[in-house]
Design a protein around this ligand. Structure first.
Ligand code: TXA
Ligand code: MG
Length: 312
């Protein structure tokens, strides 16, 4: 059985909101990656989401809301947390805050934690769906747990046979890499996951960003514990000269089987990363990847590549 894919017309947005209210799952585009949305306040819908993704229950979900005002009904924002929310929402930033006593996001979605990760997506379709649904949605990346995140509707359709009632096709995701997660519960911001918002930009509005040692055994974001972004192919990183039997994922001038960005533009590389990994994974069993600079979005790109190479 294949899942229905539809363009995000007003009619389809209304239908998607109806499916969510009835406890179903809808895949929606965001500016980072496609998310698999469910009603955050409905434990049965959230349980279905965990089951469909094959996601361990200890791994909490991000609540998605329409704006900061709504976010403040879920969690408690310090002054600097509010400042970076104002600066970057809607956009690829997730903030971890303490939950408000009246927070409607169910226990299961939070994996029982008394903190909550919150994000306001910028994509017009995600915004329209948030407005139509008028409540918090949980939306993990719309991939089976541990696999590469989807940046096209067709990626979602290829990864799931059942469980999802509708995929809203909003075209390719602009950022192409998941949101940057900042723990905003103390005096200094803590980077839990590098992502689509460069850490340097956070620093401009809330200096002192701390980069905790994210050992695989003791990650700050529970989800980082898992083997992640895993292609089937073996991955070799920081390769200047690939072997004959390897596909080469290039960066900058000099080509490659595919090239993340011939102009060495890190935003373009982030937008292409998951899609190109998926393509090479279907055609090759070994992939060599060119060195990617570590500044700006390069931090998030190197993070995902390192995790994707874990099985290699
Ligand atoms: O860009 C994104 O953030 C995408 C789009 C769809 O919005 N979503 C996404 O969700 O990447 P997911 O579930 O694939 O990743 C969420 C990460 C996980 O690593 C999880 O452990 C972490 O956020 N997380 C969630 N709640 C947390 C909390 N209270 N404290 C620390 N980490 C948390
Ligand atoms: Mg994910």
């Amino acid at each position: 059985m294949s899942i229905e894919i539809a363009p995000p017309t007003n009619e389809m947005i209304a239908r998607a909101a109806q499916i969510l209210r009835a406890g179903g799952l809808v895949a929606m585009p965001t500016e980072t990656v496609y998310g698999l949305a469910a009603n955050a306040a409905d434990p049965a819908a959230v349980a279905k989401l965990y089951e469909t993704k094959g996601r361990p229950h200890f791994n909490p979900l991000i609540a998605h809301v329409a704006n900061l005002e709504m976010a403040e009904t879920l969690g408690r924002f310090s002054r600097p947390a509010r400042r970076i929310a104002r600066a970057f929402w809607p956009g690829p930033l997730t903030l971890v805050v303490d939950i408000d006593e009246t927070c409607p996001v169910c226990d299961l979605a939070r994996a029982g934690l008394d903190s909550l990760a919150i994000r306001v997506p910028a994509h017009p379709t995600a915004q329209a769906l948030q407005q139509a649904f008028a409540g918090p949605l949980v939306a993990p990346s719309a991939n089976p747990s541990g696999r590469i995140s989807p940046t096209l509707a067709s990626h979602v359709a290829a990864d799931f046979e059942t469980g999802i009632e509708l995929i809203l096709d909003g075209g390719p995701c602009r950022a192409g890499i998941e949101s940057t997660i900042i723990d905003a519960r103390s005096d200094v911001p803590v980077l839990l996951r590098p992502g689509g918002l460069a850490p340097e930009k956070v620093e401009l509005h809330w200096p002192g960003l701390s980069y905790p040692d994210d050992t695989p055994e003791a990650p700050r974001a529970p989800g980082q514990l898992l083997r992640h972004y895993a292609p089937s192919a073996k991955l070799r990183l920081n390769v200047q000269t690939p072997e004959n039997n390897e596909a080469y994922l290039g960066f900058g001038p000099g080509g490659g089987t595919l090239n993340l960005s011939p102009d060495a533009d890190l935003s373009e590389a982030a937008a292409n990363l998951f899609s190109m990994l998926r393509t090479l994974d279907t055609t090759h069993s070994k992939i060599a990847v060119a060195p990617i600079p570590k500044h700006g979005l390069g931090e998030a790109i190197n993070d995902r590549l390192t995790r994707a190479a874990q099985n290699s």
